[in-house]
Every structure is written in C-alpha cells, then in structure tokens.
Write a protein that binds this ligand. Structure first.
Ligand code: NAD
Ligand code: UDX
Length: 463
C-alpha cells in the first residue's frame, strides 16, 4: 500500500507541526492540513504562523505550496487522501457525565462522521489525538456503520509522542503503510507497533508518569523550603541514579500545558469507570499536588508583600506554560495572575511570544472571572521586561525564558519600588547576585537569606 496523499483533520499544535515535518521528510507525499477554522488556516497560509516553535517557520516556508497545503476544503482533503490523520482537540468535558475529568470526544466523533460522509475510496484513518483507551472503537463503529459500498477503512492509533503505528491484525498492511511514512526519517527499530488499546493507554501512561515526576520533585521542594535543603541539589543527586535519571526533575511553580492535566484526568476517569477507585485516587494526587504547588507559590508572594497586594504593581515575567512556546494552555501563570488580580493587584505582564489578545483572553474569559471589565483595567501588557518592571513592587517570574537570565537586574532594581521583591518560580536567576543588589528573593525549593550567603544554614525565609 503506497501513500501518496495525506490529509490531516485539525491544524493545531499537533496537526500543523507534525504534517510540516512529514512534508519535509517525505517530498514524494502531498500533505494537506485541513481545519474548519478559516482563521487558523489563513494564519498557516500567512507570514505569521499561528504557532511558535523553534525551526517551524523554516520548515513550513520550505514546503508550503509544494507538497504542504493548508486548507478549509475538508471534503477535498478527505476524498483525495490515502491516509487521514485525526488530530482534532479532545478537551476535558466542562459539563455533563464525566465533567471535569473525561475527555470530550465530540470533535473526534464529528471528524469520523465527516470521513464517513465524504470518503469515496479506501482510507487508512489514524487517530493522532490523545484519547481515552478504546476511543479507536468509536471511530471504527461510526465508520463501519456508515461505510459506502467499495470503501474500506483501516483504523490505527498513533499518539503524538512516538512514531507508533498500531492496529488489529487485519490492518497489518495499514500499519506497514504508516511505518513506511515514518521510516523516511525514523529508524525502523525505533518504530513500535502494539495493539490499539496498548497504544492509547501508553500515551496516557507516558504523560501521567512525566507529570508524576514533576509532582514528586515539587512535593520535595516544599520539604526543602521547610528544612533548608536545596531541591536542585536533591534532584541532581537522585537523578544520578540511572534507574531514576536526571530529566524532568526540575521543581517549578507547577506543570502546565494542554496535555498533562487533561490526560491524567482522563486516566482518572477511566479508572473510575473501570471500578478501580484506588488507582484513580493515586493519579488524582498528582493533579492535587500540582494545584498545591501553584497555590503555595502564590500564597508566598502575597504573604511576603505584607499580606496585601491591593493596588500594588506586580510585574509578571513570562506567561506561556514553558519557554520557547507562545502556548498558554493551563499555564501556571494564569493561576498566579488570577489570584493576584482577585487580591486587587495591578499586573504588568511581559512574555516574549504570547500574543496580547491571548493574555487578555486567558484572564478575562467567563471561566475565570465574572468581572472581565475590572480585570481588564488592572492588566497592562508590555513589549519589554524593562517597561513591565518599572515602578513595580515585585517581580513574579513564571516562565523560564532564557532572556530573563540576561536582564540587567541592577537597572531593574533602581527602577522598582523598595523594598524590591523577586519571586523566581523557575529557579533560573542568580539569586546570590540579586540579593547582593538589594532584592528580597524567594524561589522554589530553597531558603534564601537576604544579605548573607545563599548557603547559610538555618536562615529565615524572607521577608
Ligand atoms: P488544537 O486545539 O491546537 O487543534 C485542534 C484543531 O482541530 C483546532 O484548530 C480545531 O478547529 C480543529 N478541529 C476540530 N474539529 C475538527 C474537524 N471536525 N475537522 C477539522 N478540524 C477540526 O489541539 P492540539 O494541541 O493540536 O491537540 C490535538 C490532539 O493532540 C489532542 O487530543 C491533544 O491531547 C493531543 N496532543 C497534543 C499535544 C500538544 O503538545 N499540544 C501533544 C500530544 C498530543
Ligand atoms: C507534554 C509531553 O512532554 C509530550 O511528550 C506530550 O506529547 C505533550 O505533553 P508539553 O506539554 O509540550 O509536552 O511540555 P513539557 O515539556 O512536557 O512540559 C510540561 C510542563 O511541565 C511545563 O509547564 C513545564 O514547565 C513543566 N516542567 C517540565 C516542570 O515543571 N519541570 C520539569 O522538570 C519539566
């Protein structure tokens, strides 16, 4: 089975970049990324792409118009394709059965129904969205119930984290076809094939394990602050054990991003449905600890500022959920900002890549506030860190952008109200240098003394 044309439903964070790489690596395949959102597709076809990722611009510019196309013509995309990726969003349900935990599969279902309606030839359909275990069955049921004569479907699960093609035995040819696409740039030995349910569960499991590591180290950051240990030293030491490993042990203000929380909640819901309450409670704790970490950090900011931030100017440095992206979904900066706004603070926000409208949306939408106008008046978005911090009582660093390490903190100190506070939620700044300048500094997982050495034992947490 030779793949000549690929169509992807969903031009989001997964569909856009994944298909751009396929187009780059497989010049003999024509890739069309379709979305029902005209605005999204226009952005993909413009100079300014809707997603920032290092290197993505170059790849898109190289392939767009040659073998990579972005289109709202979903019917044409589906009809022409040999292989269709479903890469639509699967948000946590906000109402109804499973509210707050289960994945909402309405977009997956609508994508499957579109394929069933429009396809006129055989298709390999690849579920690329992260879905609950057994979601492939839903797609299969919809397609099989609506199959037109002469049209056959093979359904594979290929979650985003690896080139991992999977299928039932009768779909082996389809698996080989998908593997062939990936083998253009991934060594065959790195392409795993599993049964569909293992594939779906592996994706949830991988994200749950990664998030669990962060919650584990974040739990220890609280112990460090209470005892005088340094969480970075602890992480370095335990990470030396090759069975544990050094990666994903960075204590922080909490994990964000569109996947971790959603996928763990999904796993929890699955466990509840399978009547496995102990397993559900185990994974729930990873989410609860993450909430605790965000709350703990924000409470520390407020308490340090004499327990009132009302009308105080606070600079928020970084709004994306991690560096090198403009993505704000589940960003811890949203929780921190919301809480400070509720307490009456005036926020001056700077992020190198997040769009101004996106920040306003995250802080004023109906899910987070009933007073969007009041909130709007209390936010100012800046285009440099220096203008955001001028006249501020405190700086709250929420994202680990490299450029924050290069700032001239003497200049910043001189421009701030005194006493001047810095809360480093990502442990990236030179705390000793900041203390020497005169800042009151607090970070995650380490007690700092204001004037003395940061190694001083038994020193009190500032203020
Ligand atoms: P996204 O919200 O950025 O993009 C999804 C797109 O699908 C939207 O533009 C939406 O308009 C479009 N869409 C919805 N229904 C459609 C339909 N029927 N036809 C055409 N377009 C349709 O989502 P994302 O971040 O790309 O995530 C997609 C999936 O991949 C989710 O299941 C997510 O859990 C998973 N995932 C995401 C990441 C990540 O880093 N963002 C990583 C791994 C897995
Ligand atoms: C994650 C998974 O890593 C990826 O495999 C999956 O396909 C999609 O979800 P992503 O959400 O893009 O990717 O970012 P990731 O790098 O995993 O970081 C998630 C969050 O954890 C970020 O907020 C990050 O700042 C935080 N984090 C990460 C920590 O707090 N400490 C760490 O040591 C690592």
């Amino acid at each position: 089975m030779v793949i000549e044309k690929i169509c992807c439903l969903g031009a989001g964070y997964v569909g856009g970049p994944t298909c751009s790489v396929i187009a780059l690596k497989c010049p003999n395949i024509t890739v069309t990324v379709c979305d029902k959102s005209v605005e999204r597709i226009n952005q993909w076809n413009s100079e300014k792409l809707p997603i920032y990722e290092p290197g993505l611009d170059e790849v898109v510019k190289k392939c767009r118009g040659k073998n990579l196309f972005f289109s709202t013509d979903i019917a044409k995309g589906i009809q022409e394709a040999d292989l269709i990726f479903i890469s639509v969003n699967t948000p946590t349900k906000t109402f109804g059965n499973g509210k707050g935990r289960a994945a909402d599969l309405k977009y997956i279902e609508s994508a499957a129904r579109m394929i069933a309606d429009l396809a006129t030839s055989n298709k390999i359909v690849v579920e690329k969205s992260t879905v609950p275990v057994k979601a492939a069955e839903i797609i299969m049921k919809i397609l099989r119930a609506n199959t037109k004569p002469g049209v056959e479907y093979q359904i594979l699960s290929n979650p985003e984290f690896l080139a991992e093609g999977t299928a039932h035995s009768r779909g082996q040819k389809a698996v080989q076809a998908l593997c062939w696409v990936y083998e253009h740039w991934i060594p065959a030995k790195n392409i795993l094939t599993t049964n569909t349910w293992s594939s779906e569960l592996s994706k949830l499991a991988a994200n749950a394990f990664l998030a669990q590591r962060i919650s584990s180290i974040n739990s220890l950051s609280a112990v460090c602050e209470a005892t005088g240990a340094d969480v970075s030293e602890v992480a370095r030491a335990v990470g030396r054990d090759s069975r544990i490993g050094p990666k994903f042990l960075e204590a922080s203000i909490g994990f964000g991003g569109s996947c971790f929380q959603k996928d763990i909640l999904n796993l929890i819901y699955l466990c509840e449905c399978l009547n496995l309450p102990e397993v559900a409670a185990y994974w729930q704790q990873v989410v609860s600890l993450n909430d605790y970490q965000k709350t703990r950090f924000t409470r520390k900011v407020i308490e340090s500022l004499f327990n009132t931030v009302s009308d105080k100017k606070i600079a928020i440095l970084g709004f994306s959920f991690k560096k090198n992206t403009g993505d704000t979904r589940e960003s811890p900066a949203i929780y921190v900002s919301n809480t400070l706004l509720d307490e009456g603070a005036k926020l001056h926000i700077y992020d190198p890549k997040v769009e101004v409208d996106q920040i306003y949306y995250e802080l004023t939408n109906a899910y987070v506030t009933s007073e969007p106008e009041r909130v709007r008046k209390n936010i100012q978005i800046h285009d440099t860190a220096y203008s955001a911090v001028t006249g501020a009582h405190a700086i709250v660093l929420c994202t680990e952008w490299d450029e924050f390490k290069e700032l001239d903190f003497k200049k910043i100190y001189d421009a701030m109200m005194k006493p001047a506070y810095i809360f480093d939620g990502r442990k990236i700044l030179d705390h000793e240098a900041l203390i020497n300048i005169g800042f009151h500094v607090q970070t995650i997982g380490k007690r700092l003394s204001r004037a003395g050495s940061i190694r001083a034992q038994g020193s009190q947490t500032m203020p």
